[in-house]
Design a protein around this ligand. Sequence first.
Ligand code: CU
Length: 375
Amino acid sequence: MRRIPLILSLVALSAVAACGKSGTKSDAAGAGGPITVKATDTGCEVAKSQLDAGTHVFAIANSGTKVTEFYVYAAGDRVMGEVENITPGLSRELRVELPAGTYQAACKPGMVGNGIRNTLTVAGSASPLSEDAALAQATASYTRYITTQSEALLQKTTDFANAVKAGDIEKAKKLYPVARTYYERIEPVAEIFGDLDPKIDGREDDATAALPFTGFHKLEKDLWVTKDVSKDGAIADQLVTDVKEIVTKAKAEKLSPLQLANGAKELLDEVATSKITGEEERYSHTDLWDFAANVDGSQAAVAALRPALEQRNPALVKQIDTAFANVDTELAKYRDGDGWKLQNQLTREQLKGLSDVINALAEPISKIAGVIAQK
Ligand SMILES: [Cu+2]
């Protein structure tokens, strides 16, 4: 789950981070170049509504006053692609592979609600990117990663939920960041499935009547702030049920290679907007656990794509390796036992140091989608 940063003193840092390159212009953009999307506070104007099957680039420009998001949904609100945290004045690109079918393109000004929706009709047939052997191998190997991580997520979440239900606050506090790690590694996949991510990972300020404050962060608050989990049995059980559903769905999901590329970038956006700022783990301050997990998840997607990237752009692979190594070195400074220092123990300069290495990594990572979409 991702949110606009709440901590004002750090807004400037994350705004820089969010400037993840509006664009490596339209290589392999599909006929006619990018499809422009004009996002405002009240509108979402998509330049085309009829598309040919294949890979398309959406170029989203936010001319509103609110931070927005852009989604392409398949039936049942399955997310085919998303870009979050498009701040006012910013433009971002999203590459999505769309087989024939009916989709919805949505902008979400203020990052809340169902969004302003447009129907997209995609017709014809195109050979999928996964016809390329190296890309097919990439999705197969990343799917194995998702499977092992999501199984561990279920195990660790169950242990955590049991500690909550037993009223063992100390034990639950120890298990919390561990369970979270597995969720944060697979987050782009977990976010594909409609309401499951908000139910598992939603924040108090995003809660609505339809989607009340539940899941990990509700338990986090009760463990660290309220210090009373005596009424949280049902929430703990629901969290395990929701995680089970993620595991089942994630295993069955057929990912496009572009979802790996987009996911690798989304995870770094997550780090910039919700971990460095301390937004996500605002009660426990265990954000660096999530930070490391988001980076792990990004690295796993890149590792799966590596043979395909080596074929297409070996220089980019080198650049990415160096940037990942720099993140590891910077983050390693904040190791504490088998865990991490708390976010609020870091100075502003230290957080800035982390922000800088993440920005430097996000830059080459943002090029991956364009590189693999080239045939
Ligand atoms: Cu999250």
